[in-house]
Design a binder for this molecule. Structure first.
Ligand SMILES: [Fe+2]
Ligand SMILES: [Fe+2]
Length: 345
């Protein structure tokens, strides 16, 4: 027993040293920036932990998905996403490269952060410099919370016999986006037998644990995903650096990635990593925002679409009203009804 405790202490010590070394290596360019905007005005923004420029770029990058662009075109409210165009220079800008961190506020947040930290360390210990294999495995896990969260809100709506207020669709879209990441990376690497076995085991445990957590404390569940996505941003930054250093060849992008992100024919692996990393920023910030809504007892409000407060809501110009800034909901003045951007109820 004593020997077991000693060896587990040694493993945790080694993990701690590895993380410290990694953080020191990253320090010059990727310092974590909790609540980087200090003014009161900045704190009034829903996504106050990221700089406005980062929020604008992340929203634009996310709007590039083919499915979103198509859905926007047929929106019953005439609602359009932000222009689905973003340059590679934007995607590699400091605004998106910056590692933003949401400081834990409650005991639940701190436990969630610790769990994600240990999970991240174990993943690094297992995969080391195999960033492509790391990415595939990460996506199999990352695609779970969106679909569980959407099911939770769907069942809540049925159980309580009340509206959902537009949470289900973006959560479903998040899960779909993560699954697309998985399919994209499968065109670049093939997981080993051990990795496949790990994924099957992890899915069983993770789906069960996350479903229970979502039922007991949805705010902590979304916060956990926010921290998981902070780790995903770090993982893709590592992947990008491996490509930039030549450790991983910058091969042509796969067909799925080119179609999904509307990339040119000569697009490369590096371009795909940049797009995927911007998606992870969206998941990080959207989930922290959903957790904040639970904190503020606003779980029956429409989530604020990222980029809305810094770009302006496209439908505002049509409505000619400044009221409602910062809310994803559109007040239908004529009918007195409130509905989401896609008519979501
Ligand atoms: Fe992902
Ligand atoms: Fe993600």
């Amino acid at each position: 027993m004593q020997r077991m405790m000693l060896s587990s202490t040694r493993v945790l010590g080694a993990l701690g040293r590895m993380t410290a070394a990694r953080q020191t290596a990253m320090a010059p360019t990727l310092a974590s920036r909790p609540f980087s905007s200090s003014s009161d005005a900045a704190r009034d923004r829903r996504y106050h932990w990221v700089e406005p420029e980062a929020e604008r770029l992340i929203a634009r990058a996310y709007a590039r998905h083919r499915q979103l662009a198509q859905r926007d075109a047929v929106s019953p409210n005439g609602w359009k996403s932000f222009p689905p165009s973003i340059s590679i220079a934007d995607l590699e800008s400091p605004a998106i490269e910056q590692e933003y961190h949401y400081p834990p506020k409650t005991r639940g947040d701190r436990i969630a952060k610790k769990l994600v930290d240990y999970g991240e360390k174990l993943m690094h210990l297992f995969f080391r410099e195999k960033y492509d294999h790391h990415a595939v495995t990460l996506e199999t896990v990352a695609a779970v919370p969106g679909v569980v969260g959407a099911a939770h809100r769907h069942l809540r709506s049925l159980r309580c016999m009340k509206r959902d207020h537009g949470w289900i669709n973006p959560l479903q879209e998040e899960a779909e986006n993560e699954r697309m990441h998985l399919l994209i990376w499968m065109q670049h690497t093939k997981p080993t037998g051990i990795e496949r076995a790990f994924v099957i085991m992890a899915q069983g445990i993770y789906v069960a644990a996350y479903s229970v957590l979502m039922y007991l404390s949805p705010r902590t569940a979304h916060r956990t995903v926010g921290y998981l996505e902070e780790a995903a941003h770090r993982a893709y930054t590592d992947y990008l650096r491996a490509v930039d250093s030549g450790a991983i060849p910058n091969v042509p992008a796969g067909e799925i990635a080119k179609k999904y992100y509307s990339l040119p024919d000569d697009a490369k692996l590096r371009d795909v990593i940049l797009h995927v990393r911007a998606d992870e920023c969206m998941h990080r910030d959207f989930n922290h925002h959903l957790s904040d809504l639970y904190d503020a007892k606003e779980e029956d409000e429409f989530p604020t679409k990222m980029g809305e407060e810094v770009e302006g809501k496209p439908s505002e110009a049509k409505e000619g009203a400044s009221s409602g800034v910062g809310r994803a909901s559109v007040v239908m003045a004529a009918s007195g009804k409130k509905t989401g951007p896609d008519g979501a109820q």
